[in-house]
Design a protein around this ligand. Structure first.
Ligand code: GLN
Length: 315
């Protein structure tokens, strides 16, 4: 087993869950009513190793929307479809040092990276652009199903409708990029934005998301089905950008303190990848000022205090 003493890890994670549960700081996202109504007390941690050992504690079978956690998956899909060179003609790979939805582009007039809104909208424009919208969504949802290895993958239509209704900033980002001719020729802006909102409204529980993260930890192969969903090269690139850009404007600090590729979403979900070892999902809806789950970040700090999972731990 990749984790020889799994029982000790289970006990430690359950212990951290107990400790971190006491933290009630932060605020549930309320820019749309559907997120504002989520029970702030929810808290679940699920993990899955690359050799299929699993553990879950707390609210790990309530579903929530993936929101920004769709960004790394969509980025992988673009790499698989077009290759690195073409994808990065349309999106950069540097941290922006700015908020996730800030109206800003890099010096080439491109979104800074695929992990912020502008870059994620760009990635959506690159996923099966010639296909019908329904088929494009099916393609994304089917990819999530394969990554989750059979775990249920749903869609929250109310979230989608609300996202679309309150999307002024995302539309502004879209027009800003169109003005800079950043999109591939022939991109239909409204469809692209709607596709982005649909991807953000995919929902699943923490258990399934931990398997998605484990498929990334396992170089793109689902640990249970053995199916290869993404190439090792695609996953390496995605994890690199999750390391540098996955935690919004906290990414540098997170890389320093935690040292693991991760991606957070505004619903309070957080996936953490321990490459070659396991995938973890933490869900707790209260967010800090930068938009990351307060308990999610606190969990990560406790975890790396107890185990040498930081990529630069040397013993
Ligand atoms: N859906 C929201 C948006 O696109 C938030 C994305 C996120 O999780 N940060 O603005």
């Amino acid at each position: 087993f990749v984790i020889p003493d799994f029982v000790a890890l289970e006990a430690a994670v359950a212990g951290i869950h107990d400790t971190v549960k006491g933290i009630e700081d932060g605020k549930v996202a309320d820019y749309i009513p559907q997120l504002g109504r989520v029970d702030p007390a929810k808290f679940g941690i699920a993990l899955c190793t690359v050799d299929g050992q699993r553990f879950a504690v707390g609210d790990t079978d309530s579903v929530f929307c993936v929101q920004s956690i769709c960004k790394p998956i969509n980025y992988c899909l673009t790499l698989e479809e077009h290759g690195t060179e073409l994808v990065h003609r349309h999106v950069g790979r540097e941290p922006s040092g700015r908020g996730f939805n800030e109206l800003t582009l890099n010096n080439d007039g491109l979104p800074h990276n695929p992990m912020i809104n502008s870059g994620a909208i760009m990635c959506c424009s690159l996923i099966r652009p010639g296909w019908e919208m329904a088929d494009r969504f099916d393609h994304v949802a089917e990819t999530w199903r394969r990554l989750a290895g059979g775990g249920a993958v749903g869609f929250n239509n109310a979230v989608y409708l609300s996202e679309r209704r309150t999307a002024d900033r995302n539309f502004a980002l879209g027009y800003f990029m169109r003005e800079h001719k950043s999109f591939p020729a022939g991109t239909e802006l409204t469809e692209t934005l709607e596709f982005y909102f649909q991807c953000s409204s995919i929902e699943m529980d923490a258990r399934s998301l931990s398997v998605v993260a484990a498929s990334l930890a396992n170089g793109g192969v689902n640990p249970f089905t053995g199916e290869r969903i993404f190439s090792a090269d695609t996953v390496r690139k995605c994890l690199s950008l999750m390391s540098s850009c996955g935690m919004y404007d906290y990414s540098g600090e997170f890389a320093f303190t935690i040292g693991l590729p991760a991606k957070s979403g505004v619903s309070g979900g957080l996936i953490i990848v321990v490459p070659g070892v396991m995938g973890i999902c933490v869900w707790s809806p209260r967010l800090d000022a930068l938009g990351n789950s307060v308990r999610g970040v606190a969990f990560c700090k406790e975890l790396v205090n107890r185990f040498n999972f930081h990529v630069y731990d040397s013993f």
